[in-house]
Every structure is written in structure tokens, then in C-alpha cells.
Design a protein around this ligand. Sequence first.
Ligand code: SR1
Ligand code: MG
Length: 402
Amino acid sequence: MSTYHPLTESEAIQVARSLTNIFESEGELVSREIGDGNLNLVFHVSQPSTGLSLIVKQALPYAKVVGESWPLTLDRARIESEALIIEERFAPGLVPKVYHTDNELALTIMEDLSNHVIMRQGLIEGGFYPKFAEDISDFLARTLFFTSDLGMNQQEKKLLVRSFANPELCKITEDLIFDHPYVDADTNSFDAHLREDANKLWADSELHLEVAILREKFLTHAQALLHGDLHTGSIFITPESTKIIDPEFAYFGPMGFDIGAVLANLLLHYASQEHWSPNATARDERRKYLIQSVREIWVLFESKFRALWDEHGIDRIAKTAGYQDYYLRNLLQDTIGFTGAKMVRRIVGLAHVADIDRIPEPAVRAKAQRLSLEIGTKLIKRNRQSTSIEQLIDIADSASKV
Ligand code: SR1
Ligand code: MG
């Protein structure tokens, strides 16, 4: 079975048996394809007699969301496995355990996390996750610091940058986040009632300047190894546990892109509350919880990142007074700008979010979409003037009060 082909459910059982020793030799295995993402096959393989289980994830040679007309490198399976292994080293317990990688078959066999829920779905169902800000700030601070020039050997980092080049998946991001939403591109997809809003977006040269600056950072600023697609669909969660999955977009890029992805997806959920909250009191409480999560994630991230720098910083000249403050101020600004860009793409670009798309009433959905666009565009436009996370919060708060 070593030549690449998309696996069937029964072949997933064969690879799970032959490439790992997770299962007891006695006892039948059951396999189900459960992938609901944009790109891959995901098989859940279990042994009912023992309760043991695992996941076989296989990259397809094209983007499933579009079809075979959009070819896509299988090398992303290697990138994903290697990123998971590095993330586990720096943020232990916050990613699934990798049991086996097969680059020829483009597959990763890993821990089954089906006792968790996908965070996007958990939020839609009204879940509260009291440990999330602590866990995600740990993940971000530790993976970003220890793969940056502040926290790892700078020559080894250059070699790692090479093995995480990931040009095809970066191109998806460059197009779908930093280009297509700002022109009348074929890949864009939005409700007819947003036509005027899209026209405004395409004509806004002040906005385009900021997008060009953010795009340049994404293209050139190899600051740290990013997850690269850290939305709430890439997070498995329970109130007690957080697991970050799916780093196939990993590459060395600007740190604020990962932090912004998390904040953007909380704010997209915030923008959808008129539908998902049962009444005005619940909506206000939910919005406060989401805003408080955004604040805590940044505040905890910043203090953890500074502590890692003080304790484990490897660069003598980076200890110069004032440099850490300068670095964190730029990182906050990048985070705010990327948060905005990640919101806008989910409203007018190719790939949307269920928090908003699943709102059935067009008028309520339109309000959530416009609120997301308003918050997103303001964050993009104001990112370079920002000095505090409270400025991002004010933008979200005041937009939702109108
Ligand atoms: C063609 S892939 C569309 C989107 O799905 C992934 O999760 C990334 O966010 C990508 O932009
Ligand atoms: Mg994904």
C-alpha cells in the first residue's frame, strides 16, 4: 500500500494495524471517514471490544472544498506531522500525540480527541471554556518564542525555515486573505445582500494600503514557526482541556498572524450573537465573555512571552533596554491588523465560518456579516496606531452598540 492513493475506510484499518501498535491483536476494528474540513480525509478507527481508537488523517492531492480542479501538494502532510512534533516539544499536552507519519501516503496517524468538541461548534452550542485563554496563550507564547530568533539557535532556525517553506499553502493564504477579498475575484463568495458592502471594500484605498502592509509581513517576515490556520475549527476543546490540531499551513511567518487568527474567530462568533443567544441578557453576557477572552488571551500571551524572553532569551543584543517593549508593541499592532484581515476574508472570501453562515434569517445574518466587516475593516485601518488591546476591544464594543 506504499504508493499514494486516497484510502478507503477498510484501508484505513489496514494502515492503523500495520503502522502502529495501538490496538490489541484480538478484536475487530471499525473505520469511518469523518472529515468535514476543506482539504483532507479523516478516518476514525476504533476497536469496540477495547475502547481503543485513533485518527488516520490523509492529505488529498487537491482542495476538497473546491474539487480536483484545485491541485494541492501532498507535502502538507509532512509539514503537519513535523509541526505537531515541534509544537508538542514546546507546548506539551496542547496538541494530539503523533503515532506515525507516512510521507508517501501523505498520512499522519494520531491521537483520537473525539472526547473533545471542535471549538467553533462548542461556541455555537453556547459552551464556556474557562481554561481556554490560559491554554491558548501558553501555546502561542511557547511555540512562537522558542521557534523565533529570540528563543532558538539562529542558524538552526534558518535550516528549519527551509524545511517549512510550504509555498502552495502560503499561496492560498496570500490569495484568499490578502488579495481576493479586496478585488472582484472569482473565488469570492458572499450573499447577494452584501454586494454594496463588497463594492465599498473593493474601492477603499486606505484599507488596501494597510492590507498591502500586512500582506508584505505575511510574505517576508519569517519571525517564528506559525500554526498558519489557527481558527476555532482547528481547536478541539472541553472546559478542562485544549488541543490544537491541523497545522498543515505551518510556515515561518509573522507571529501576529496566529494570535490574530484566534482573536478574529472569537470576534466572528461575537458578531453572530444576535442569532445564537436566546435573548438580550444572554447575548450581553456572551459578548462580555468573548471580549474578556480576547483581552485575557493577549494579556496572558504578552506576560508569558516577556517571561520566556527574560528567562530563555538567547540573543544578547535583544536584551537592550527598550527593545522588548518595541517588539511587543509591533506584535500587538500586527495582531490587530491580522485579526481584522481574518474577519473580512470570512465574510466575502471563499471560505466562511459556520457561526455566521448558519444563521438562517437573511436579515439577522446580514447584520452579523456587516458587524464583522465593520470591526474587521476598522482593525485593519487602525492597527498601526494601536498601543493597547483595549483599542481593539473598543472597536468591537462600539460597533456592536450601533
Ligand atoms: C482552499 S482552503 C480554504 C481555507 O481553508 C483552510 O482552513 C484555510 O483557512 C484556507 O484559507
Ligand atoms: Mg484545516
